[in-house]
Design a binder for this molecule. Structure first.
Ligand code: SF4
Length: 366
């Protein structure tokens, strides 16, 4: 986005008008959950929580892919990184995430070949350059990153790169939201739906939330005015007793999504069960590599057995990720757990709720 356009979505006078309208529309208590980690950061950074009327509670959800990756999956990636001749390539966010006993950053410090890349295509290029190595790309993300990884796998097959594989820990968002609406400890009234994921999948996959559960959702962008507009549209639906999936982020999201990106995902991946930190195993929300690309599936290539996973004592990341507690309600927040010395992933990731509260608020109390 150009600097001018970006500034337009931060206009204080427009923001004030939207806040006023939210106050007027919030005629009943409403718990609204932002599903996406980028929204969590935008809300914290722009002080949006503090602008809300008392009736509106903003909850952070499971929309940070790094945070919802369970310890068992991180342990598996670490075990593969320990295999001789392996280069484990990953996005920077994953490096400091603690598994049960170690992290990729610690493994790198111990001499394993763990490299940060900016794109899976970088990992493919490493494999083409260093043919004596097995290059494994650790694929963590939602529908937003899955198409690029799918295209990388297609390229690897086309180019015959036999020493490249992907460890897929991808997850898909809509069905996971069903677990949240069924969670009586949270009682969500509406969802601020993720802009980036929705650019790919469009509106249709969320429709069941409104139709089956009567829970509205609004897809919105990441500038302050986008977020406020999304909250306003939700508040108006709830005031009027309506439930629909609406799009506030029309400059980026088409109702039908991006069919080319969806086709790439469908070609390479198939749905599988996935373990979500905080939500447990949710059938059909993982993305496993299909049989026709089995040669590029690191989970089939490496028969490793990581140690039994364990949770870190006192860590409440699971509760934070399903909106049951706020980050500062975790006893470890800001004491035993800080961005420098994270105990859980929510404090590590650039999209983590605990990191957002720690960085942008009076340690969550403001
Ligand atoms: Fe997990 Fe740390 Fe957040 Fe507690 S403060 S929930 S341990 S990341």
């Amino acid at each position: 986005m150009s600097a001018d356009l970006s500034a337009a979505f931060r206009d204080p006078a427009l923001a004030e008008g939207l806040v006023r309208r939210i106050h007027a529309a919030a005629t009943r208590p409403m718990k609204l959950m932002e599903v996406c980690g980028t929204h969590t950061m935008a809300i914290a950074k722009n002080g949006i929580r503090g602008l809300m009327p008392e009736a509106v509670t903003l909850l952070s959800g499971p929309g940070c892919p790094v945070c919802v990756t369970g310890n068992a999956d991180i342990d598996l990636a670490i075990e593969i990184a320990r295999q001789p001749g392996v280069v484990l390539a990953t996005f920077g966010d994953m490096m400091k995430v603690p598994g049960s006993y170690s992290s990729l950053a610690r493994e790198k410090a111990d001499g394993r070949d763990v490299r940060v890349v900016y794109s899976p295509l970088d990992a493919l290029e490493i494999a083409e350059r260093e043919t004596d190595k097995q290059v494994v790309f650790l694929g963590v993300g939602f529908e937003t990153t899955a198409p690029t990884i799918a295209i990388t796998v297609q390229q690897a097959q086309r180019r015959g790169v036999a020493n490249f594989s992907v460890l897929s820990m991808h997850k898909t968002v809509p069905i996971a939201l069903e677990a949240l609406v069924n969670d009586p400890s949270v009682e969500i009234d509406g969802f601020i739906l993720p802009g980036h994921v929705s650019v790919v999948i469009g509106t249709e996959p969320y429709r069941f939330l409104a139709e089956r559960y009567g829970v509205p959702g609004v897809i919105t962008g990441f500038e302050p005015l986008d977020v406020l507009q999304g909250i306003l549209m939700l508040a108006e639906q709830l005031r009027d007793g309506r439930a629909a999936i609406e799009v506030a982020y029309t400059r980026a999201v088409a109702p039908e999504g991006n069919p080319h990106a969806v086709a790439a995902i469908d070609d390479v991946f198939e749905p599988c069960d996935a373990e979500w930190r905080g939500l447990g195993v949710i059938p059909g929300t993982g993305l496993a590599i299909r049989e026709r690309y089995a040669a590029f599936d690191a989970s089939r290539r490496f028969a490793v057995e990581p140690p039994e996973p364990r949770e870190h004592k006192g860590c409440q990341c699971g509760d934070v990720l399903r909106g049951a507690v706020l980050p500062y309600q975790c006893r470890l927040f800001g004491t035993a757990c800080t961005p420098e010395h994270p105990v859980g992933p929510c404090m590590v990731s650039s999209e983590g709720s605990c990191a957002a509260y720690y960085r942008y608020t009076d340690h969550g109390r403001a």
